[in-house]
Design a protein around this ligand. Structure first.
Ligand SMILES: *Cc1c(COP(=O)(O)O)cnc(C)c1O
Length: 365
């Protein structure tokens, strides 16, 4: 069986160095907001090319904290509208709602599944104060025009970079494109830890200070609470693991791109629609998502031949029971995408044999 994702293969090389580091960790007995976290924060900020990184509990809270902090800083207020692609993981939209803001779901497109400048422009109104751009499946698209648009209209531009660690657009990495970005280190992400984890990256000094307090009960100094904060901190033990993996991220992403390029070149089947990719580093292929009309039949065909696939995602956010208030929205592109998408196996440790087999079976379908 070719698994959709083999976390064993991804994490096993780090087991021994990690266990070695744990000996020292036990001796120090500083488990939260300690040196290991601040050391990783410095490294990840440098990697993304920003001044600040704050480790938080997970990707959803990274984004929610950004919105809440901008409210505290007076740049957003209750009920302000935020443009967000309708085609995204539900966490993007929840982060806006959880911060007391109003998501405006923007239709996407079949070529890169992301926000486009035209769609952003078309959805713009006086009530919109921010854009949450999602680098879905690991691809940063149309960033230059969206950045300029946000500047022109005085909008905050936030990145949901949960799938795009290491993606580069022009001369900027994901995480350094907007005013701030939220990352997830969920195990299956391109940079994943051994549990939940997340981070905010930003060049905004005030935002960083605010989130630094907000993630820790709103406290800058122990027992002095200046905001109504939450408890959302990246554990030092996860920071150790992430520090071991970070140096290999670019290499792993390059491998992912290599596999994707091979898929794009060698999968030739009119029943299988391939993703758009310009061959640059703007895509880190967190997922390799194809579309096909009869998804169930396609998945079964592959499964019967030993290839596991997943669907990201089967139900559009506005069709989720939790979002019944959006059920009447008409977003036909987003809906069709959710009906047709399938993610093929893709992870850095795939063998050539596995890659070839996926290609052969998909072509046979
Ligand atoms: C994974 C993910 C999140 C949420 O991250 P968690 O760490 O699971 O909370 C947010 N947005 C996108 C696009 C994601 O893929």
């Amino acid at each position: 069986m070719i698994p959709y994702l083999d976390l064993h293969k991804i994490n096993d090389p780090y087991q021994e160095p990690f266990l070695n580091r744990l000996e020292g960790f036990f001796k120090k007995s500083r488990y939260i907001l300690g040196e290991e976290l601040s050391s990783f924060e410095k490294k990840f900020a440098a990697y993304c090319g920003v001044n600040h990184c704050l480790g938080v509990g997970n990707g959803l809270e990274a984004l929610t904290l950004i919105f809440n902090a901008y409210k505290i800083l007076g740049k957003l207020k209750d009920g302000d509208e935020v443009l967000v692609p309708a085609n995204t993981y539900i966490a993007s939209i929840l982060s806006i709602i959880n911060a007391g803001l109003k998501p405006v779901l923007v239709e996407t497109n079949f070529s890169n599944y992301n926000l486009t400048f035209d769609a952003v422009q078309g959805a713009m109104t006086q009530s919109v104060k921010a854009i949450l751009m999602v680098h879905l499946y690991g691809q940063v698209t149309d960033a230059e025009r969206i950045v300029n648009f946000a500047k022109e209209y005085g909008l905050l531009l936030i990145e949901d970079a949960a799938q795009a660690h290491g993606a580069v657009f022009g001369n900027k990495k994901a995480g350094a494109i907007g005013n701030a970005a939220g990352f997830s280190f969920y195990p299956g992400k391109n940079l994943g830890c051994l549990g939940d984890g997340g981070a905010v990256t930003t060049d905004d000094h005030d935002l960083a200070n605010c989130i630094s307090a907000l993630r820790n009960y709103g406290s800058e100094m122990k027992y002095h609470n200046i905001y109504k904060g939450i408890n959302s901190r990246l554990d030092d033990i996860q920071a150790i693991f992430l520090s071991l993996k970070l140096p290999d991220l670019d290499f792993d992403n390059e491998k992912r791109r290599g596999i994707a390029k091979k898929y794009l070149k060698e999968i030739i089947n009119p029943k299988v629609m391939l993703p758009a990719y310009d061959g640059t580093e703007n895509h880190v292929f967190h997922l390799f998502v194809v579309r096909t009309e009869d998804r169930e039949a396609f998945q079964l065909f592959l499964l019967e031949r030993g290839i596991q696939t997943l669907v990201h995602y089967p139900i559009a956010p506005h069709k989720q029971q939790a979002f019944s208030e959006y059920a009447s929205l008409e977003l036909p592109v987003t809906e069709l995408i959710h009906e047709q998408v399938v993610s093929l196996p893709l992870y850095p440790m795939m063998t050539n044999e596995q890659i070839e087999k996926v290609i052969a079976v998909v072509n046979e379908y």
